[in-house]
Design a protein around this ligand. Structure first.
Ligand SMILES: Nc1nc2c(c(=O)[nH]1)N[C@H]1C(S)=C(S)[C@@H](COP(=O)(O)OP(=O)(O)OC[C@H]3O[C@@H](n4cnc5c(=O)[nH]c(N)nc54)[C@H](O)[C@@H]3O)O[C@H]1N2
Ligand SMILES: Nc1nc2c(c(=O)[nH]1)N[C@H]1C(S)=C(S)[C@@H](COP(=O)(O)OP(=O)(O)OC[C@H]3O[C@@H](n4cnc5c(=O)[nH]c(N)nc54)[C@H](O)[C@@H]3O)O[C@H]1N2
Ligand code: SF4
Ligand SMILES: [Mo]
Length: 668
């Protein structure tokens, strides 16, 4: 008999949806949107629906595996856990616990996924990664400017006169916001999209403005320049609530509008139009994450923040410099969950440069890597170097659901549960402020165990089992403690399946910023403290003709590797059948210059690597721009990250995945 139960999407996504999951004979047979969920409203994307296929796939890993003489053999959990624990003890004794690297990303938004950190902290502290491939530069930028990265509640967009979608692929990556944009448009809001690609969101827009990749900060500077020339700035806001405006004015004065037009390839009249738009408040700006994956990414977000501030669009209904909403994640008791104070040793590599970290590590060298919730062989930049690094250690342990490109390299592969096979609470700090409850719905296949079970078993063997002797109920209560004190209980959440968190709906309404000056900082004290320079700059991408003309001659095209439609990163390609091909999307001028047409096979290369794929000509993309969707597996022609660079962004905390020049040619 079929029953329908409420659950939650675990995927790393803006939308954090509520589900209706159909179960027949202990099997998930369908995943749909929960019509009662205030954001989801009954609609979900293909990635959500495909969680059924991910759960039931015959390719699921169902036994622990050990590589013996180059081949994977099934082994018992006893053997796998005993051997891994024994090796951890030995490594700790001989080299210290930081000879182990914990490599992870955020493939699952479950709160209890953070218990991996508790495990490694209680073990004594391992080498950890810091920063983020995803949104690191922008988060840090907003901390410098505002003190925190906060967004308006989604509903508030209905108060905007104009909505600027700046480098966010809403229709593809953030579908419930797309629905809101439709609604706002019906209410009379104007919609602008600034993006090098004419994406599905651009189709909805009143105006699509293409830009040379990586030049958005320069465009924001140009708009500020025009605002000031026309006397349209919000003088009161600037005087009362900002710090460092003089520095901003000097910066703007040292570049002409003609130069800005030349650099951004955005026409002068469009820049003037945008200045008039920004002055006609309220204007809400929604920044995407693609735009800050450049070496100048932090500064780019800071200049757009500055534009929102100069035009008086901060702290007002229908306004905002919306990027992420960290107040969501900041509502939970992570310290209690992760026990940071138990760490005795400590070393960190940036997530971008973990491969270099592994290859160069001394005293101690990295002897073992444990990978959770990530597929670094696909998703890290410069994957050829990453593969060398991950292959160089004595023991690689990968915990995953499938035999990914990373798992293939492993010595031990431990099969883990999908979200429908364990209980957790899910949230995303990217967009809305609801958390969702996901119960355990079905048993796991074969000998699959949850990540949490694996940590508890290893903890037992390593002598700190007591730190893991809690029920799921107890773990969840521990995490929700700060909320429970305010009357938001786990019982309530379990009953309703979603809960609206008590966060600020219009951030900075009181104009009290949590920076050192208490003001919005055009010149940042925190930036000065951390990097020696808190001033805004007119920085451009590292791989550009201004910074490296020889490189730009050799590799004349900008490569974007944006997020795929039907997969969350690498998670679904193997489930899409034999249709999967690496598609090389090119601007019309490249097609003309190189005599290429849709269907041609090309190789795309730079000094780091090469991929081959099939051409698709993109109408209305910015000249000299190429896109290849990220996430594709090696066996289908990936990873595209063979081409990308592991350079860190200006503030050290973000990736430069889209700061990437390539060349291409037709092959037979
Ligand atoms: N379908 C799908 N949805 C997803 C994901 C997925 O893998 N698949 N992943 C989720 C995750 S983890 C994240 S981080 C979010 C990301 O969500 P988004 O920020 O929407 O997506 P990205 O693919 O990172 O960024 C892509 C957009 O930035 C534009 N862009 C690139 N460079 C520039 C630039 O220099 N200037 C401007 N103005 N625009 C630029 C691209 O053309 C594209 O439209 O999506 C989430 N949602
Ligand atoms: N070129 C390029 N590269 C990119 C990006 C880009 O735009 N362009 N985007 C970057 C961004 S924004 C992000 S967020 C990262 C994402 O990078 P990753 O998080 O590494 O990518 P995913 O493919 O989502 O997931 C990784 C693995 O986690 C596994 N997994 C899922 N759930 C669980 C679980 O509960 N437990 C365990 N142990 N494993 C689980 C999945 O099966 C999958 O193999 O990629 C980054 N890399
Ligand atoms: S992937 Fe995102 S949009 Fe799709 S169902 Fe999950 S949370 Fe919703
Ligand atoms: Mo991401």
């Amino acid at each position: 008999m079929a029953i329908v139960r409420k659950a939650a999407c675990p995927l790393n996504c803006w939308d954090s949806c509520g589900f209706h999951v159909t179960i027949e004979n202990d099997r998930v047979t369908k995943v749909e949107g929960d019509p009662d969920h205030p954001i989801t409203q009954g609609k979900i994307c293909a990635r959500g629906r495909m969680l059924e296929a991910r759960t039931n796939s015959p390719e699921r890993l169902t036994f622990p595996l050990k590589k013996i003489n180059g081949r994977f053999e099934p082994i018992s959990w006893e053997q796998a856990l005993d051997e891994i624990a024994a090796e951890m003890v030995q490594i700790k004794e001989m080299y210290g616990s930081t000879a182990i690297l914990h490599s992870h990303d955020y493939a699952n938004n479950g709160i209890l996924k953070n218990l991996d950190q508790r495990f490694f902290n209680c073990f004594g502290g391992v080498t950890e990664i810091y920063g983020s491939l995803c949104w690191g530069s922008g988060i840090e930028a907003q901390k410098w400017d505002f003190g925190n990265a906060l967004s308006h509640e989604p509903e508030d967009v209905l108060n905007s006169k104009t909505i600027i979608i700046w480098g966010r692929n809403v229709a593809r990556t953030n579908m419930h916001f797309y629905e809101k944009l439709l609604e706002a448009k019906k209410h009379g809001a104007r919609l602008y999209v600034i993006d090098p690609l004419f994406n599905a969101t651009a189709k909805l827009a009143n105006r699509h403005i293409t830009i040379r990749p990586g030049m958005d900060g320069i465009l924001a500077a140009g708009i500020i320049k025009e605002l000031l020339r026309l006397g349209l700035e919000d003088k009161e806001f600037i005087d009362k609530f900002t710090h460092g405006f003089k520095d901003l004015v000097s910066l703007i004065n040292c570049v002409s509008l003609d130069e800005i037009v030349d650099m951004t390839e955005v026409p002068r009249e469009v820049i003037t139009e945008l200045a008039n738009v920004y002055a006609d408040r309220p204007v809400s700006t929604f920044m995407g994450l693609g735009m800050q994956r450049y070496e100048n990414g932090g500064n780019t977000i800071r200049l757009i923040d500055a534009l929102c501030a100069v035009s008086g669009n901060i702290g007002i209904a229908g306004g905002g410099a919306n990027y992420a909403n960290l107040q969501v994640g900041q509502s939970f008791a992570f310290d209690e969950l992760t026990l940071t104070n138990r760490k005795q040793s400590h070393r960190q590599f940036s997530i971008m440069k973990q491969a270099e970290g592994i290859l160069e590590a001394k005293s101690p060298e990295i002897k073992m890597i444990i990978v959770t919730c990530g597929n670094p062989m696909n998703q890290l930049p410069d994957t050829n170097v990453a593969e060398k690094a991950f292959s160089s250690v004595d023991t690689l342990v990968v915990i995953d659901q499938f035999m990914t490109d990373t798992a293939r390299l492993a010595d031990y592969v431990l099969p883990t549960a999908t979200a429908f096979e364990e209980e957790d609470i899910y949230y995303s700090s990217m967009y809305h402020h609801y958390v969702n409850y996901g119960p355990k719905l079905v048993p796991s296949p074969g000998e699959v165990k949850s990540d949490l079970w694996i940590w508890s078993q290893l903890a037992d063997r390593l002598g700190f089992g007591a730190d893991f002797q809690f029920t799921r109920q107890e773990w969840l209560k521990m995490t929700l403690k700060p909320l429970e004190e305010k009357g938001y209980t786990l019982e309530n959440l379990k009953e309703r399946h979603f809960m609206e968190l008590p966060v600020k709906k219009i951030p900075w309404e009181d104009k009290k910023f949590i920076t050192k000056s208490g003001k919005f900082e055009f010149t940042s004290y925190l930036g000065e403290l951390k990097t020696g320079n808190g001033k805004l700059t007119l920085a451009v991408p590292k791989e550009s003709k201004w910074r490296n003309s020889a490189l730009a001659k050799k590799y004349p095209y900008s490569l974007l590797t944006i997020h795929p439609m039907r997969s969350n990163h690498s998670q679904n390609y193997h489930l899409l059948g034999n249709r999967v091909k690496l598609k090389v999307e090119i601007a019309v001028n490249i097609a003309n210059d190189r005599n290429l047409k849709t269907g041609d096979v090309v190789r795309v290369w730079n000094d780091r690597g090469e991929v081959q794929g099939v051409i698709s000509v993109l109408p209305q993309a910015h000249p000299n721009t190429i896109n290849i969707d990220e996430g594709i597996w090696r066996k289908f022609g990936g990873s595209v990250n063979q081409l990308t660079s592991s350079t860190e962004s200006d503030n050290g905390l973000g990736s430069t995945l889209y700061d990437c020049l390539v060349n291409l040619e037709k092959i037979e």
